[in-house]
Structures are given as structure tokens and as C-alpha cells.
Design a binder for this molecule. Structure first.
Ligand code: SF4
Length: 329
């Protein structure tokens, strides 16, 4: 297990991060002014409905998509100013685990070749043989039996394929990993195995994660802090326990009330249905983006965008109903 890193500079920070896409009807605001910070060796869960921009946020941070505006600070340095060569070096530090690793790997490569690929591209070892040897060790590390070394991805089930994705992400010894819905496509029993594996690896290697999911029960299990996104913006961000015990934004409250409850004594619990039309993310009008679906919306909500405010220690909310100190970028 790694020693705790108490560096006051967060490993990763974004300031006013934007990613817009040009579409026939105008500009789609997929990520719109997101501020976040993740301390070393911690996990930030990012939750929200499909299409809220959470995957785009992860990819923009990694520069798999070029940002429209804002900053991404890695250990205090804005990597959006890095040229190609600097970014190539930075790729070793920042990796991604995809929901479906099958979509990101060459199906004609064997398991050991897939895991060794980045090490060969980045010339981590003098010979390919050494990269394959390290790939075999990584198979042990992620619990993938060596007998699968020469198998092809289509011969393996989803859980084992995800272990390949994890081993490949670890192959360059990164500090930061974006886990983009890594368990959403897996059976529940396999989900737990992969989540536990990710947490063990974090302990062992001192990694920092951004864990993207639409499933709040999964994110609670793994996250230190949670950021709730709605239509490209952060609406609430706080500690994981705090979010479940004291949610403040109406959207967060509705999401939490919709978590399925296995306890039959809780069958009567109130579920807050979110009604109303979703605001279009294309050229969105001013005002709160949740206003068309919020039962508390007033005239001000349709006119003025609520700023993200700190309402308690590291508890941030963007809602006119909640009073706090606005966070300035
Ligand atoms: Fe609802 Fe207004 Fe708060 Fe938006 S700002 S969440 S519309 S009360």
C-alpha cells in the first residue's frame, strides 16, 4: 500500500472547462464551465443521466477531445497548452478505462499483445520481449490467468475483457485514470469484483481516479467525493457521505430518490419523478438548465444562471434556493 500523499496541490483540477460541438442548429454545449479538483490518491465520482456530458468531460480532460475553453491543471500545470511532444509524455500519466474495452482494442491482437501495446509504442523497455514479460505480470496483477495470454478478446467474457482494459491502462504506470462507466455493461456479481479490483489497485499504486457512471449506488461504493452533472454543468459536488445524507440540489434529491431499494420495508419510500422537458443543450438560453423540470423553479430561475456556491466545507451547489459563497475561477 502506498503512503498517503498530502500534497496540497490537487493532482487534477479544471477551471471553467468547456467543450462545445458545432451542430447544424448551432453550438452544442456538452461541457460548460466545469470547475473541479481531485486530490492525490482520491476518487471523484461523476454522475448524471446519459447525455449530460460526463464522458465528454473525462475525454476533454485527457485531451482525447480538444477543449473549447478553460484549463486542465495536472499537478498545477495547464496541459491544454502542451504541444504534441509534451502531450505524448503526459499520456503516460493519464489513462482511461472504457465501458466496453472491446471497442478500443484491435480484435486481431492477443491478450498479451494488447496489454504490451502501449509499452512498445512508448518504448518503455529496450526489447519487445521485456514488454511482453511485463504484460504477463500485469495479467497476474489484475487477476487474469496467464493461460489467456494468447487468447483473443472475443474468446473472453465481459469481466475478463475489462481486466485486459485495466491491465493496459496500468501498463504505463499512470498517476490518474478516468474510469468511464467501467462496470455498466457487466453482470452485478462481476461488477463487484471489478470495483474491488479497482480499489485494491488504487491502494497498491496510489492512483487517483475519476469514476464516471450513471449509477449512484456504484459511485457511492468507490468515491471519496461525487460531482453531479446536469446538461454539461456541475450542479452539486461534495463528499460521498455528505451527498447521500444531505443532498441540496433538487436534481440530486430526485436522482437519490430513484435508487432502487432492496429493503422491502422501504417499499413506501417517496420517489420524486422528474417531469418536464429536458432543455436543449444546443444554444441553451440563460437561466438554470434544470428549470423546465424543477418543481421549485421561479421566474428568477428562468432568467439567471445560478452560480456554483460553496455552502459548507467542500460542498458546492448551483441553485438559487441554496445560499453560499460563489466559487470564482
Ligand atoms: Fe430549481 Fe431554480 Fe434551483 Fe434551478 S435554480 S434547481 S430551477 S430552484
Amino acid at each position: 500500500m502506498q503512503a498517503v500523499n498530502n500534497n496540497p496541490v490537487p493532482l487534477l483540477e479544471t477551471r471553467g472547462l468547456q467543450k462545445y460541438f458545432k451542430v447544424p442548429k448551432g453550438m452544442l454545449h456538452a461541457v460548460d464551465g466545469v470547475n473541479l479538483s481531485i486530490p492525490h490518491q482520491r476518487t471523484l465520482g461523476v454522475v448524471g443521466e446519459s447525455g449530460c456530458g460526463k464522458s465528454t468531460l473525462g475525454r476533454t480532460i485527457l485531451r482525447l477531445l480538444e477543449a473549447t475553453g478553460g484549463e486542465v491543471l495536472f499537478e498545477g500545470e495547464n496541459i491544454l497548452t502542451y504541444d504534441k511532444k509534451q502531450m505524448h509524455r503526459m499520456r503516460r500519466e493519464m489513462q482511461i478505462i472504457f465501458q466496453d474495452p472491446y471497442s478500443s482494442i484491435n480484435p486481431r491482437m492477443s491478450v498479451v499483445e494488447i496489454i504490451a501495446e502501449y509499452m512498445i509504442v512508448h518504448k518503455i523497455y529496450p526489447t519487445q520481449q521485456q514488454a511482453f514479460q511485463r504484460a504477463a505480470e500485469l495479467m497476474d496483477f489484475v487477476g487474469l490467468a496467464r493461460r489467456y495470454a494468447n487468447a483473443y478478446p472475443h474468446e473472453l467474457d465481459g469481466g475478463r475483457r475489462q481486466r485486459i482494459g485495466i491491465a493496459r491502462a496500468l501498463s504505463l504506470n499512470p498517476k490518474f485514470i478516468v474510469c468511464d462507466e467501467p462496470v455498466s455493461a457487466l453482470d452485478v456479481s462481476i461488477q463487484a469484483q471489478i470495483l474491488n479490483l479497482l480499489m485494491d489497485i488504487q491502494d497498491e499504486m496510489g492512483l487517483t481516479y475519476m469514476f464516471i457512471t450513471h449509477d449512484l449506488s456504484v459511485v457511492k461504493h468507490i468515491s471519496d467525493e461525487i460531482l453531479v452533472m446536469y446538461l454539461g454543468q456541475c450542479v452539486e459536488h461534495c463528499g460521498s457521505d455528505e451527498l447521500f445524507e444531505n443532498p441540496l440540489h433538487p436534481y440530486t434529491k430526485a436522482l437519490l430518490s430513484a435508487i432502487p431499494e432492496p429493503d422491502i420495508t422501504m417499499r413506501g419510500k417517496e420517489i420524486r419523478a422528474i417531469r418536464g422537458e429536458v432543455t436543449s443543450p444546443i444554444n441553451p438560453p440563460p437561466g438554470c438548465r434544470f428549470a423546465s423540470r424543477c418543481e421549485h423553479a421561479c421566474e428568477r430561475c428562468h432568467r439567471e444562471t445560478p452560480p456554483l456556491c460553496e455552502v459548507g466545507p467542500r460542498h458546492f451547489v448551483a441553485c438559487h434556493l441554496v445560499k453560499g459563497e460563489p466559487v470564482h475561477v
